[in-house]
Design a protein around this ligand. Structure first.
Ligand code: SAM
Ligand code: SF4
Length: 436
């Protein structure tokens, strides 16, 4: 057996792709290992969304070059591959900056890894694939070899929205939806292997329109699959939140009351400059409609602070929106200049210290809301889907419908099942309870 080490950066779609790459290389004799030392192949599955994420890849490559040289001294060969969005965005530049890299493969081309490995070995050179062959990739991927209780399933890729700060339309290409029957087949395979929750993934998952099916219809069909207890989807764009999807949150009992619906900013001037194509008021009205369909829904969002031109008043509007909506949890980032995007050349870039202060203030408010939301569950009995053993002996870990982690002293036979848990207390990152 050859040893394969895959390191994943960034979003859940990358996590899905990494698992697929491992499945793809298994027939070539590669088995996953959890450290790069001595590995025969190392894949860095990279993220280009913010500058820091992209830079981490180069420092990691520096460390790997040393390991590769050590392996060569002992007569072996380590194939070094860069996959994901940095590969797509920087292509040959990666090899120029770090010649130890053998393969560069974009997110739409990794199904060609086996032939690329052969090519690089034959020619003792570098192989590069960064085409956008649309949906060809999915047709070439093998069945999932295993699964966790909660399994990712990519249904849609790419984006046509062109928010002015974002690289995704350039690195992942235009919006493409997989055919529903291929998705249902994969969901059935995952259920057969033990998945009890399916998390549908897409850069704009609610823009899903494979063969004119909507995401709501897809969720209804997945709900019919034996063994599947829960369905989630992420990430949604406010503009693609269709009436039937909103209604599905009230009608489909397997669709969990949790929605990641990024707003980015509470200021109309900033939303306009970001090309989000909705106002803060559109977003508020949308949230009202969603809460009418499913009053207990937990909402989460992404925020960017320090977008070019963001004034103190603009930032205050974001705090105001957060205060009014009330989030269960959320991600927030400092604006990061991405080469080639319109915002990177906008005037009035915001100084770093202002961005830091704003991020700090926003994160304090969001954390307060998160704790308040978590505390509001104390004393309640919630259905928890158990996913795995916890670090503490005798404890297992699961999630509430609102995606909160819960730790319970219980038999590991409950893993894969939904059981009622009385929530007793909260620690910084988890709820704790007893079987009810
Ligand atoms: N499609 C989703 C949407 O529009 O809400 C978001 C997908 S993006 C991969 C995830 C998040 O990264 C965005 O919601 C945004 O908050 C953040 N992000 C993207 N580009 C960024 C940038 N240049 N600087 C800081 N954060 C960024
Ligand atoms: Fe990026 Fe999301 Fe905007 Fe598309 S909709 S450009 S993925 S932030």
């Amino acid at each position: 057996m050859k040893k394969l080490f895959v390191k994943t950066y960034g979003c859940q779609m990358n996590a899905y792709d990494s698992a697929k790459m491992a499945d793809l290389l298994a027939p070539l004799g590669y088995a996953a290992t959890d450290a790069p030392d001595g590995a025969d192949m190392v894949i860095l599955n990279t993220c280009h969304i913010r500058e820091k994420a992209a830079e981490k890849v180069y420092s990691e490559l520096g460390r790997l070059r040393t390991l590769k040289a050590e392996k060569a001294r002992s007569g072996g060969r380590m194939v070094l591959a860069v996959a994901g969005c940095v590969a797509q965005a920087e292509g040959e530049e990666i090899v120029a900056r770090q010649p130890a890299v053998d393969l560069v493969v974009g997110p739409q081309s990794y199904h060609r890894l086996p032939e690329m490995i052969a090519r690089a070995a034959r020619e003792q050179g570098h192989a590069l694939e960064t085409d956008f062959p649309a949906l060809e990739k999915f047709d070439s991927l093998p069945e999932p070899s295993g699964t966790s209780i909660s399994a990712f399933l990519t249904v849609q890729e790419g984006c046509d929205k062109f928010c002015t700060f974002c690289v995704v339309p350039y690195t992942r290409g235009s919006e493409q939806s997989r055919p529903p029957q291929a998705i249902l087949r994969e969901a059935r395979q995952l259920a057969d292997k033990g998945a009890r929750e399916i998390v549908l993934l897409g850069q704009n998952v609610n823009a899903y329109n494979g063969e004119d099916w909507s995401l709501a219809r897809l969720c209804d069909a997945i709900a019919q699959i034996e063994g599947i207890r829960r369905i989630r989807y992420t990430t949604s764009h406010p503009r693609d939140m269709g009436d039937d999807l909103i209604a599905a949150h009230g009608k489909n009992p397997k669709l969990m009351p949790y929605l990641h619906l990024p707003v980015q900013s509470g200021s109309d001037a900033v939303l306009e400059a970001m090309n989000r194509q909705h106002s803060h008021d559109d977003y508020r009205r949308l949230v009202d409609r969603i809460r009418q369909a499913r009053p207990d829904i937990a909402l989460t969002s992404d925020f960017i602070v320090g977008f070019p031109g963001e004034s103190d008043a603009d930032f205050e509007a974001t705090l105001q929106l957060v205060g009014d909506i009330g989030y269960a949890t959320a991600f927030s980032f400092k604006y990061s200049k991405r080469p080639g995007t319109p915002a990177s050349t906008m005037r009035k870039q915001i100084p770093e210290d202002v961005k830091t202060a704003r991020l700090d203030a926003l994160q304090k408010l969001l954390l307060k809301q998160q704790y308040a939301f978590d505390d509001s569950q104390i004393g309640k009995v919630l259905p928890v889907l158990f996913e795995k053993s916890a670090r503490d002996k005798g404890q297992i870990m699961g999630r509430t419908p609102y995606l909160q982690p819960v730790h319970v002293h219980a038999d590991s036979a409950l893993i894969g099942q939904v059981a009622d848990v009385r929530i007793e207390r909260r620690t910084a990152n988890s709820l704790h309870g007893v079987l009810a």
